[in-house]
Design a binder for this molecule. Structure first.
Ligand code: FRU
Length: 492
């Protein structure tokens, strides 16, 4: 029960009326879309009472961003989602300007705790302020604390921290000391994007424990949507910076960054050792992870960003989708991502072409479609081939191109012929080097998106494609004969 249930009741009624008007075939197969209206960031991704819960930034009343609610869906396998009614609406003084991003943690007493950012309409500061709020519930209905906001600007050390950019708490419970910890983003006057750490015994009374890391204007301005978790021998801090400058492997604009390092829990000190992009695609932002009951670390992001969503077509009654769930691991110090193994349960007809030689542009029997898990392995051994071209979503005047510059060790993802009528970024250049004489590509295609995993997930390119669904051809070509293996699992 919310403290002021009327707005939430209205949203839930609206959902009941409107959601039935959206037929299942109007949605992707396995990517989560909003029940109705608009979706952005994943929120509250957790395993609770025998299933995954995924909440999301939600504006039910239109296909554009608006006063933020939390939508909600549950799943046992991360691929088939069942909608739950809207979980949070902006209906208290602490969050009247919106319930922004946050997270969830199961409590020892059986309740689920949601930590989220309450936006408070302009008051003394003449600008909206942001502070952290808590709600407790049973996995469907949540009661917001009367003490909200439970973490305010005043909880931060005196100097430099912003009351306006202070958001996106990611909470967890420490197994050893039993305390709740959370990280949140703040924009500091000097250090720009910073990640601050708090701890609490009960989720209500929070203490500032330190600052874990900062952009110092190197990696963008504000750091949004942090996540912080151990992985292998290391600790990973994931942030989504705004306004990055292109540098190293990072593209300009809204990015996703993994800071890999070590964590000294006793002193709450994170030491950064490596900085890497999480995803190189055109549409990926604000990811959040969960630890599965079997120990896997699983990540889902918003398959969009604040620049790309502005120009995107609104073809359906809903707008916005989550990325595919990926298992993340650390291998040789590198963050690897692979589609979760549950995808195998969607494989239907499998077509394999092994050890074939490709040069002139060619289609392969049984290899086409827009619902596919497609693997392509290129072998360098036999060949003087320097350039390989894979085109997907091919049809009348359209294709999405994956160009492998084998000699240069670079891949160019290009959707500029993919059906867009907007003059926005459509290409990405990504390092893609041969490993032991081979380059492997795995593509997940789910109607209007492509997620490309290079060399077992060492780099990922996630992109929406606006291509009409009738364009479902796939072709292979190279500038000299090259040996290739192709496996296409149709998904259903
Ligand atoms: C990230 C973000 C968050 C914020 C939310 C608002 O995409 O800007 O920082 O909480 O979206 O919807």
């Amino acid at each position: 029960m919310s403290i002021n249930p009327a707005p939430l009741r209205r949203v839930r009624e609206f959902e009941r009326e409107q959601a039935v008007l959206i037929p299942a075939h109007e949605r992707p197969l396995f990517h989560l879309t909003p029940l109705v209206g608009w979706m952005n960031d994943p929120n509250g991704f957790c395993w609770y009472n025998g299933q995954y819960h995924l909440f999301y930034q939600y504006h039910p009343f239109s296909r554009s961003w608006g006063p933020m609610h939390w939508g909600h869906a549950v799943s046992k396998d991360l691929l088939h989602w069942t909608y739950e009614p809207c979980a949070l609406a902006p209906d208290t003084a602490a969050d009247a300007g919106g319930c922004f991003s946050g997270s969830a943690v199961p409590m020892p007493d059986g309740r689920l705790m949601l930590m989220y950012t309450g936006v408070q309409p302009a008051g003394t500061f003449r600008r909206e302020t942001q502070a952290q709020c808590v709600a407790f519930g049973d996995g469907v209905n949540f009661e917001k604390s009367l003490l909200n906001p439970v973490i305010r600007h005043a909880h931060l050390p005196q100097k430099g921290y912003s009351p306006f950019d202070f958001r996106d708490p990611k909470v967890w419970q420490d197994e050893k000391d039993g305390l709740y910890y959370l990280v949140a983003g703040n924009r500091h006057e000097e250090r720009q994007g910073t990640i601050v750490l708090f701890s609490s015994r009960d989720g209500l009374d929070w203490q500032f424990r330190g600052e874990l890391d900062a952009s110092s204007s190197e990696y963008g301005r504000m750091w949004e949507c942090p996540d912080f978790f151990p992985l292998g021998e290391k600790q990973v801090l994931i942030v989504s910076p705004q306004e990055m400058h292109a540098r190293e492997e990072f593209h300009a604009g809204y990015g996703t960054v993994a800071l890999i390092g070590t964590y000294d829990k006793a002193h709450c000190r994170f030491v950064r050792e490596e900085v890497r992009p999480v995803d190189h695609g055109l549409n990926f932002y604000a990811p959040q992870t969960v630890q599965a009951p079997d120990g896997r670390r699983i990540m889902i992001g918003w398959m969009d960003n604040w620049e790309t969503c502005k120009e995107a077509p609104r073809r359906h009654a809903w707008y916005g989708q989550m990325s595919a769930p990926r298992e993340v691991t650390l291998e040789n110090g590198r963050l690897m991502q692979r589609p979760v193994r549950e995808f195998e349960t969607l494989w239907q007809d499998t077509v394999t072409h092994e050890n074939i030689t490709v040069q002139q542009e060619t289609a392969l029997p049984g290899v086409s479609g827009r619902l596919l898990d497609l693997s392509v392995t290129l072998y360098a051994d036999s060949s003087s081939c320097r350039r390989f071209i894979l085109r997907v979503a091919r049809g009348e005047g359209h294709y999405v191109q994956i160009l492998c510059e084998l000699a240069r060790g670079e891949l160019v993802f290009d959707r500029s012929r993919g059906g867009s009528h907007r003059d926005i970024a459509h290409t990405r250049h990504v390092t893609a080097e041969m490993r032991d004489g081979r380059l492997s590509l795995r593509l997940l295609m789910d109607k209007e998106s492509v997620e490309l995993f290079i060399n077992g997930g060492e780099r990922v390119v996630t992109s929406l494609i606006p291509t009409p669904l009738e364009s479902d051809g796939i072709t292979f070509a190279a500038d000299a004969p090259i040996r290739v293996d192709v496996t296409a699992h149709h998904l259903g």
